[in-house]
Design a protein. Structure first.
Length: 349
């Protein structure tokens, strides 16, 4: 089995600690490479190959949500082989995906999953000159791109409506000024979150981007140091920066002057008492449902966008702030849903 089907991790101690609990569970559920001496079944079992975003595993949010969905699927479907890779760069990811595309046709159905919007340009480039063999299927996360191939499916979870509700709450707490922190200024998915938050908040929002590529999602040290300045200027911070959010939450646990905050992708209220609520993405449920359909039928759903009206995206208040903010969320929910629909109907998103 090729080396790139193993999970690889960075050298940083914090990443290792964050991943330890996940690995203990995953070790018993996810298929490892087989030795030559093991029995090979007469009827080949399907395979699913997951490519996480560069350095993404251990972010305690989106990528770890994907892993939870994989773990549950593997537990319920032990005969389907599941392999994972966490590349350290886009160049490494491109090599892995290109090698897979070049493999000759086989009799084992294989689903390759690109688990990040960062991989869309790579996919477009490689698929312009390479094609899928009959046994290969491809799923891309967080894009609405239509490739015109029944073996290729895409989906995205819209954060607009949930972020709109977060903005409504922030406007009641921030003393007139909020900051949106973006990990990647060129990532259309998180720009949607920015637009939703600003629409719900109204006037008084600034936006800062950490980078113009995926590296902005792995800058926890940078955000930690920048929090001193941000805390002086803002009453609420809405961070859409992946693993870089960890630096913001760390600062909030160490200093009393921290502004109010939002969690991202999963319920992160336990990370800080300044987190008022979290923009929830139930990527674990979608991973499970997409894998289940493919494993049973070898078909994938058509391209879809899942927003606030679905069960896959929401703004979840932290318990400590419900008394203060729940009525605001209740009153604004239908307007958030309507604003999200209008957003996609009137603009090319």
């Amino acid at each position: 089995m090729s080396e790139y089907f193993n999970i690889r991790f960075g050298d940083k101690l914090l990443r290792l600690v964050a991943l330890l609990a996940l690995l203990l569970v995953a070790a018993g559920m996810l298929t490892s490479c087989s030795s030559d001496d093991e029995h090979i079944p007469e009827v080949p079992e399907p395979q699913a190959v997951f490519l996480f975003s560069p350095g993404g595993l251990g972010d305690m949010s989106y990528n770890d949500g994907i892993l939870r969905g994989l773990q549950q699927f593997k537990k319920d479907n032990p005969t389907t082989d599941v392999f994972m890779s966490s590349p350290q760069s886009l160049a490494e990811a491109e090599r892995i995906f290109s090698d897979w595309l070049d493999r000759p046709v086989g009799n084992i159905p294989v689903l390759f999953v690109l688990g990040s919007s960062d991989y869309l340009p790579m996919a477009e480039k490689l698929l312009a000159t390479k094609s899928l063999t009959d046994n290969k299927y491809l799923l891309l996360f967080e894009t609405n791109r239509d490739f015109g191939d029944p073996h290729i499916s895409t989906f995205r979870i819209s954060m607009y409506g949930a972020s709109y509700l977060a903005g409504c709450c922030a406007s009641q707490l921030d003393g007139g000024r909020s900051l949106v922190v973006l990990g990647n200024n060129n990532d259309a998915i998180i720009q949607v979150a920015r637009d939703g938050f600003v629409a719900g908040h109204g006037d008084g929002c600034d936006v800062e981007a950490l980078a113009d590529d995926w590296t902005g999602y792995v800058q926890a040290t940078e955000t930690y140091h920048r929090m001193e300045q941000w805390s002086d200027n803002y009453g609420f911070i809405f961070p859409v920066a992946g693993g870089s959010n960890a630096g913001i939450y760390r600062y909030s646990r160490e200093f009393d002057d921290c502004p109010y905050l939002a969690g991202m992708d999963t319920d992160q209220s336990s990370l800080s008492n300044r987190i008022t609520g979290s923009v929830i993405k139930r990527i674990d449920l979608l991973v499970y449902e997409y894998l289940s359909q493919w494993q049973k039928t070898y078909t994938l759903p058509e391209a879809n966008t899942y927003g606030l009206e679905s069960s896959y995206a929401d703004w979840l208040l932290a318990d400590r702030y419900k008394a203060e903010l729940q009525q605001i969320v209740n009153r604004a929910r239908q307007q958030a849903i309507a604003s999200e629909k209008q957003y996609y109907e009137t603009a090319a998103h």
